[in-house]
Design a binder for this molecule. Structure first.
Ligand code: DUC
Ligand code: ZN
Ligand code: ZN
Ligand code: ZN
Length: 497
């Protein structure tokens, strides 16, 4: 099959600049960039005309849960369906989460997720690993994962009591360990104790529908946990990544921390940037339930545009989706009790178009910031750059030919995902992927998928020094605290027992 491709006449758009140029690809890698490129041996070279179009680094979705066993179900888009949908939408890399149950081995979770994903993925992927409990063994396993398995990001849950939640002591220990290993700490920032109390209260008031899901955990519950995570990370000087930023108040905590020079990154998701939480009050239960995710979308209708503006100005850094899809019949376990509805919604296919429409077409950000927030900054934070996240000589040929003016209407009837509902249903988006190239192969073209299970590869990542995280964040060095040198106390010690 085709391993030499010449993309002619397009505008190359990177996270920091755009220029008219051809791009020549061979054996999965960008070999040359320049005007009027002529391959030395033109035979066997496929030429793709990109005139009038943008040539962008493939999207990196920093947050998916494919075939995730969760809340008595398993998310319905598996690593094949999910990555097939990804490439149809212009995303060429996903970062999923290997999440052990409390008391279980992190390395076993990592191996399990690898065994699910490796044979199925249609594009490259890598894994964050969850820290859902704490012990010496967990600490040691984090070291093995970082040093031998290419994992430089660990996710801690401040919610999902009894299932994944850890408390401040364990957060402090796990953040310290991340710091030691040159890894980044990620948090699901919501106060799980307060959610449990709020849920009990809603149910006791007879509120059992999806609206209870939002009302039991208003945005201050997200903001409080976000602020607490920032405080803990700051005490141990660990870089922090706040996943799925859903609210103005959580975003504000992140923006403030960044202004103080703290290394904190915020990840709004496709859904929080484009739709609001009023759907939880929809009369059709299946419609309302389709939007149930943790943390919830916010009812304040000005939230999506607000988050988009913060993303444009650099207060927020990257975009994921939290793609974790459950069909209506899976969600229906919770038809009489919102606390049992499996949490999660779609996005892996639609993120790029949704952000183009709501971010670029609407005039909030330019094409370079679009590439930065959909690909480049993620590649930098997770140490994949410039292999990923940039069109440059030597980079992986994960490339999308993007039509900024064409439109498509998002619908569950035409999407490539397994799930039966699409939370972006009916949204008309400017910005359409025409051709998606993964590892130098055309995997999607003019609406037709050529994706092959197992084509993608696991991409290991190396730890970073502090300095690099600081550079990414443009942070100055902070002073290390030092103990006061003093005479030991020799007097009497009185204690009561
Ligand atoms: N939130 C979701 O909605 N789904 C998966 C896990 C999570 O934190
Ligand atoms: Zn989460
Ligand atoms: Zn609705
Ligand atoms: Zn998630």
């Amino acid at each position: 099959s085709q391993n030499k491709i010449l993309i002619k006449g397009g505008k190359v758009v990177n996270g920091d600049c755009s220029f008219l140029s051809d791009v020549y690809i061979e054996d999965g890698v960008v070999k040359d960039i320049g005007v009027n490129l002529k391959p030395a041996k033109p035979e066997g070279v496929r030429v793709i005309d990109a005139s009038g179009k943008l040539v962008i680094p493939g999207g990196i979705d920093t947050h998916t849960h494919l075939q995730f066993p969760f809340m008595g179900s398993q998310s319905i888009d598996d690593f094949y369906q999910g990555t097939k949908a990804a490439v149809a939408g212009g995303t060429t890399m996903i970062i999923d989460f290997a999440i052990p149950k409390k008391g279980c081995s992190l390395i076993e979770a990592y191996d399990t997720w690898r065994s699910w994903a490796d044979a199925k993925v249609c594009c490259d992927y890598t894994l964050h690993v969850g820290v859902t409990w704490w012990s010496d063994k967990v600490k040691e396993e984090m070291g093995v994962l970082a040093k031998e398995k290419g994992v430089n990001s660990f996710k801690m849950f401040m919610a999902y009591k009894d299932l994944y939640m850890i408390h401040d002591t364990e957060l402090y220990a796990s953040f310290s360990r991340c710091k030691e290993l040159g890894a980044i700490a990620m948090v699901h920032a919501e106060n799980g104790d307060l959610i449990a109390e709020g849920a009990k209260k809603m149910l006791s008031m007879g509120i059992t529908g999806p609206e209870g899901h939002e009302m039991c955990r208003p945005e201050e519950v997200e903001a409080e946990a976000t602020q607490r995570a920032i405080t803990i990370a700051s005490l141990v000087s660990c870089p922090l990544f706040v996943v799925h930023v859903m609210s103005k108040s959580s975003a504000k905590a992140i923006a403030n921390a960044r202004k103080e020079g703290k290394v904190v990154f915020g990840e709004p998701i496709a859904a929080s940037l484009s739709i609001d939480g009023t759907h939880y009050w929809h009369k059709d239960w299946s419609h309302a339930a389709a939007h149930v995710m943790g943390p919830p979308l916010r009812p304040d209708p000005s939230t999506p545009e607000h988050l988009m503006r913060l993303l444009a100005n650099g207060d927020l850094s990257v975009t994921g989706t939290d793609n974790c899809t459950f069909s209506t019949c899976q969600k229906a376990i919770g038809k009489d009790d919102f606390t049992k509805i499996p949490n999660g919604l779609n996005g892996v296919e639609d993120r790029m178009s949704v952000i183009w429409e709501k971010g670029v077409h609407s005039g909030i950000m330019d094409e370079n910031r679009f590439v930065a927030v959909t690909s480049t900054v993620a590649a930098k934070i997770f140490n994949l750059y410039p292999r990923k996240g940039r069109i440059a000589i030597g980079s992986d040929a994960d490339i999308v030919i993007w039509d900024p003016e064409a439109t498509r209407t998002i619908s569950a009837k035409t999407h490539h995902q397994a799930v039966n509902i699409n939370v972006f249903e009916g949204m008309i988006c400017h910005g359409v992927p025409l051709v998606t190239i993964s590892r130098g192969k055309v995997v999607f073209e003019k609406g037709v998928l050529h994706a092959v299970a197992g084509h993608g590869k696991y991409i290991p990542r190396q730890p970073f020094s502090d300095y690099v995280y600081k550079r990414i964040h443009q942070r100055d060095q902070v002073c290390q605290p030092v103990a006061v040198q003093r005479e030991p106390y020799k007097g009497e010690v009185i204690s009561i027992s």
